[in-house]
Design a protein around this ligand. Sequence first.
Ligand code: NJP
Length: 245
Amino acid sequence: ANKTVLITGASSGIGESSARLLASKGARVVLGARRTDKLKEIVDSIAQDGGQAAYYKLDVTDPQQNKDFVVFAKEQFGSVDVMFLNAGLMPSSPLSALKTDEWNQMVDVNLKGVLNGIAAVLPEFVGQKSGQFITTSSVAGLKAYPNGAVYGATKWAVRDLMEVLRMESAMEGTHIRTATIYPAAIQTELLSTITDPGAKEAMNQTYDSYQITPDRVASVVAFAIDQPEDTNVSEFTIGPTIQPW
Ligand code: NJP
């Protein structure tokens, strides 16, 4: 696809895999995250393989940095066609542990980070009457489970944002597409954000039994982007065949 794709949370896992796959298919990818050493490594390796990529130091919790990310992408590649809002954390714990700092962190990154990304690029998409949002929600946003209350709440909220954005764009005639991805267990660095010992143990057990690699999710991202402009594919659930999520 001959498009410019911005990706948040692109320094590892699903974001990194998506950047690599999309660049190999001819997209211009702009990677955002906080760890610039990682981003530089990925961008250099994409360039070595003949792809077009650039990176930007981005903390999604800062509204201004999200705006600057979009400006940077336009300066680099001249257009902004797809915004993949993927950055996220999953410090799971039982509510009774009262890990309120972690609750706030999840709301700030997983939910407000997505809102900041929408605010930064929606005016562009409305102005050009085209554009696509893709978000990484979670199966945790579809089904409640112990230790996952706040994480699931942020991921459910993201689904709601995408669905309303899709409906409003259709009503307003702005031709903006949205797709939400609900992954189950994917092999990434996500579990490193869990500090609660009980939640970590439970989640490790799940991920020891079931997981697939993040390039599988990247294929879904590419599929959503590759649909004709008049076609919106809005939701994807993806996980290991053997996981009863
Ligand atoms: O995890 P990981 P995933 N500002 O840890 C970035 C969802 N998901 O690929 O800033 C900007 O490898 C962080 O970058 P850095 C999950 O909820 C996953 O699995 O450099 N970026 C890194 O690039 C999340 O929404 C599974 O530390 C920030 C990235 O986020 C998405 O998949 C299951 C940031 C996290 O990469 C990608 O996560 C599921 C900030 N403030 C949903 N904070 C799964 N893996 O099983 C973090 O249902 N990042």
